[in-house]
Design a protein around this ligand. Sequence first.
Ligand code: GDP
Ligand code: IMO
Ligand code: MG
Length: 427
Amino acid sequence: MPALVLLGAQWGDEGKGKATDLLGGSVDYVVRYQGGNNAGHTVVVGDQKYALHLLPSGILSPGCTPVIGNGVVVDPSVLFSELSGLNDRGVDTSKLLISGNAHLITPYHTTLDKVTERFLGTRKIGTTGRGIGPAYADKINRVGIRVQDLFDESILRQKAEAALDFKNQVLAKLYNRRAIAVDQVVEELLGYADKLRPYVADTTLLLNDAIDAGKVVLFEGGQGTLLDVDHGTYPFVTSSNPTAGGACTGAGVGPTKINRVIGILKAYTTRVGAGPFPTELLDEDGDKLRTIGGERGVTTGRDRRCGWFDAVIARYATRVNGLTDFFLTKLDVLTGWERIPVCVAYEIDGRRVEELPYSQTDFHHATPVYEYLPGWTEDISKAKTFADLPKNAQAYVKALEEMSGAPISAIGVGPGRDETIEINSFL
Ligand code: GDP
Ligand code: IMO
Ligand code: MG
């Protein structure tokens, strides 16, 4: 089983960090392929809790080489503060590898992210304000600065000029902000060059060689399927491709090399930021899910919007990612409800719709059609096998599996590494 993709099947925060960490001990490489420090992945190891943003979750597994692929956008200031935070806690980060083709997030991207959101007013996306969208926009506009540009001052200067000529006009004339000096940007970025150099590698070559040699490579997505710029709830999305295809472009590995695609699926649904969310609960149940589930953003500290499980979305994730398995997380959070609603279809203008509507207007008008499954009251956090779960919890999992279109191969019953029921091995 040389190459697996692990990605979010909903709107992010499904528990990807925990799942990656769980597999990290058995894989040779963990590769981030898109996104940047907009991600917030929580990993709990024993009594230690880690919040990772840019670094792959495999960084916590000593035998594993963490890789930041070409598809990621790297804020060097965040990179080094995250590395030193882990070093201070005794984590060895020396194996990290970073693609020379990854694009950089610079302070002007972060500034632009914030002012653009302010300018959008009520139409804002609710971004994390980390400069993600503007950095990817520069990449696509071909005025981005890549990691490898730091090693050639004259090229770096030319690229910074190309990027800033236009942006400074926008900043000064449209947003009434001070222009950013090229010298200042070049000086700041050059300051990272020597520190970055030891980590930089031809990660595409290395990963392809590793797969050919039978090593196990795990591609770890940030965000989630419904935040994908092509397949998500555009424009309320992030600016990259967390879906499975993004692993190929974001790491330089062909689809024929990938054997398994695991969707991380929360037993209910959450979303951060603006955009449609058919099963959202604005009542006591929503507050209860938020409190019991600890649903607060790891990156921005914002409360997450909470709602019931949505099988239409899970089916869609199976389709657009070619999922082979699900890892169902946070089943323990649902303990204590007498009956648990599950959205099995939508009603849109009087019609029952089973699949995610491709028309955004339809999706905005969708209301959930619920089936009600019986709940359970027993503590499930110590369950080690499927048979340890109460009958109603087993039936809930089986019903979700049936509706979602791929086998549920693992179940999370708590945040810790060992609070997991493994049904089918991933490796
Ligand atoms: P990610 O962005 O997908 O890695 O997810 P986050 O870390 O942002 O959010 C998931 C939260 O749920 C974290 O606080 C995890 O520690 C926690 N978590 C993960 N799996 C489980 C689980 O099965 N049960 C419980 N109770 N918490 C979990
Ligand atoms: P993880 O990896 C949840 C959301 C933001 C906003 C939209 C665009 O922890 O699952 P961006 O800053 O990316 O331009 O913001 O995407 N968003 C996330 N929501 N989890 C994440 O990451 C997210 N990363 C971005 O809230 O709605
Ligand atoms: Mg998160």
